[in-house]
Design a binder for this molecule. Structure first.
Ligand code: HEC
Ligand code: HEC
Length: 91
């Protein structure tokens, strides 16, 4: 996978702004100060990974069922990995 340049990460397709997620505005999920046009001030309190650090707050209002079932999901907890890694541990 090719890594995106920093500016490519923040430029979104115009169509995204009309989508349900696009209409919310970046700061709803990512925090920061949307009123500021100065980078450091705008990024004060920025949440880079909203679905990992606080899914309840970022996604819970609209996807409550998924947020609650994801807490114990094997895709999220990766619980079987411990068992498998232990099985492959040298004696
Ligand atoms: C519905 C919530 C939501 C909205 C609205 C949203 N994002 Fe995101 N953003 C995410 C999620 C989720 C991720 C992936 C990380 C994660 O899983 O938490 C992400 C990742 C990113 C990343 C990559 C962060 C990194 O360090 O890799 C950037 C940059 C970003 N978003 C910018 C934006 C911008 C700019 C906007 C507004 C145009 C925006 N986002 C709107 C939820 C959202
Ligand atoms: C303001 C409400 C709102 C918030 C907050 C929100 N979503 Fe959504 N999301 C929607 C709506 C509406 C849809 C489209 C209808 C549907 O599929 O349920 C959607 C669809 C999705 C889809 C399916 C996308 C597709 O193309 O089918 C995913 C995945 C998703 N949201 C993840 C997230 C994650 C992760 C977060 C938190 C970081 C989040 N959403 C926050 C309203 C929201």
């Amino acid at each position: 996978m090719t890594l995106l340049e920093p500016q490519e990460k923040v430029l979104v397709e115009a169509a995204f702004l009309d989508s349900d997620h696009g209409e919310i505005g970046c700061e709803t999920c990512h925090g920061g100060d949307a009123e500021s046009s100065e980078k450091n001030a705008a990024h004060e309190g920025l949440v880079t990974r909203p679905s990992l650090s606080d899914p309840e707050n970022a996604c819970g209002d609209c996807h409550a069922d998924i947020v609650s079932s994801a807490q114990m999901s094997l895709h999220r907890t990766l619980a079987p990995f411990t068992t498998i890694l232990k099985r492959h541990q040298p004696e």
